[in-house]
Ligand binder design. Structure first.
Ligand code: MG
Length: 424
């Protein structure tokens, strides 16, 4: 038990001791022990580590589990029991929670039972009255279930077990041959959190450990062994334990299916002045004309607007931030440099560019004959399909500065889909 007495990282990776003194009303909150020390061998090997750290939806399993408690009004101090090798994994997972939560971290023991005992010992230092012991790999626990557990504790139960009635017909078999059908009446599948009056379960755990037992697979069994009556509350069919790789894949699919796609749009607007010259460059196409666009670079107003639109989808500022007009190296530069730079930033943030749309506003020259080439240029610069690139043109009905042929304006809209968790 020596290593389990060490406390470490807490609030989003910061060092923090367990809460030592509680306000009187907090003593009646529910302390939580999240058991996350297992190696999860039945789920196979993964580069992401043990199954409680694998990604489902957009975050590690344990971040989902902790989030349920972090957002429940009755949650008191939280202790997470981990394997000593997993400190970095937990710190990374804590950063992915939807709201910051203070946790105390304890190293687990050789078995689940000893890991829980280490967590309970830490929780006991807080003075909290109730302990909820939760498997890290049950991320679909919900507030209604926690409310039912809490109500049973408040009703005077020393031990509360959420469980669901067994639905499948059960067979006992050996060597692939059925011996008998087991009547399922009165049979329940145990879930977590298993909830207790802390003093009662801690005494039972200590006694079990002292007697040499270390093989209990859940905490209600220890309560039963110690003679503590265990009260059933209705579990939740969604509150499944992720055990096999298949369970993790199904959980990921379930969360991903309901996820709101992270679709972002950005707009950009630019104007350049027309002066004496021999032609203009729009979307990388040089169009002979009796004027040119004035500007530091090649003054491709269309690509400038689209560059801003792309940067806007990931909060990356505007074209002037990345390519200051005061910098001589951009004098006469081809504006595709700016656009390709913006596209690279978007991709580094996990973005997939799904559409680029430009409206040119000019009395002359005529854009129509060059539209196809402009779209092909955009497709090449952005490395996306041609049908995701649009160039439109309109006159300004001879109104205003555009109407007087003093300048050309461009408006652009970029649509980008971002993949959660891949931000640079
Ligand atoms: Mg410009």
């Amino acid at each position: 038990m020596a290593e389990s007495s060490r406390y470490m990282t807490a609030k989003i990776g910061e060092l923090r001791e367990p809460i030592q003194k509680m306000q009187p009303e907090e003593q009646f909150s529910c302390g939580v022990v999240v058991v996350a020390a297992g190696r999860g061998e039945r789920a196979g090997q993964s580069a992401e580590g043990p199954k409680q750290y694998r990604t489902i939806g957009d975050r590690p399993v344990i971040a989902h589990t902790l989030d349920v408690f972090a957002t429940w009004a009755n949650t008191g101090p939280v202790v997470v029991v981990i394997h000593p090798d997993d400190e970095q994994l937990l710190a990374a997972a804590l950063k992915r929670m939807s709201r910051p939560v203070a946790v105390s971290v304890v190293h687990g023991g050789a078995t689940r039972q000893l890991s829980v005992l280490a967590g309970l010992e830490a929780l006991a230092k807080t003075g909290v009255r109730y302990a909820m012991i939760q498997d890290a790999v049950r991320p679909f626990v919900d507030h209604a279930l926690l409310d039912r557990c809490r109500a049973a504790l408040d009703g005077g139960a020393d031990a509360v077990l959420p469980a669901t009635a067994v639905a499948d017909t059960l067979k006992r078999a050996t060597g692939g041959r059925v011996e008998e059908t087991v009547p399922r009446t009165g049979l329940y599948a145990a879930q977590t959190p298993q909830c207790f009056r802390l003093e009662a379960i801690l005494a039972a755990h200590r006694a079990a450990s002292a007697s040499g037992r270390s093989d209990f697979t859940d905490d209600a069994s220890i309560a039963e062994w110690a003679g503590i009556p265990v009260v059933l509350v209705e579990g939740s069919p969604d509150n499944v334990k992720l055990t096999l790789q298949r369970d993790i894949s199904m959980a990921d699919e379930r969360l991903t299916r309901h996820a709101i796609p992270d679709v972002r749009t950005g707009n950009g607007y630019d104007v350049h002045q027309l002066v004496e010259g021999d032609g203009v460059t729009l979307c990388g196409v040089f169009i002979p004309h009796d004027r040119k666009l004035s500007g530091h670079s090649d003054a491709d107003v269309a690509l400038h607007a689209l560059t801003d639109a792309l940067l806007a989808t990931c909060g990356a500022g505007d074209i002037g931030d990345h390519f200051p007009p005061s910098d001589p190296q951009w004098k006469g530069a081809a504006s595709r440099i700016f656009l390709e730079h913006a596209a690279r930033i978007v991709r580094e943030h996990g973005g997939t560019i799904t559409n680029a749309d430009i409206s040119l506003i000019a009395e002359a020259p005529k854009v129509g004959p060059h539209r196809q080439q402009m779209r092909e240029n955009l497709a090449a610069m952005l490395d996306i399909a041609l049908d995701r690139c649009s160039v439109k043109a309109t006159t300004n009905e001879k109104l205003g500065f555009v109407g007087r042929r003093e300048g050309i304006a461009a408006i652009a809209t970029a649509t980008v889909v971002y993949t959660p968790g891949t931000e640079a």
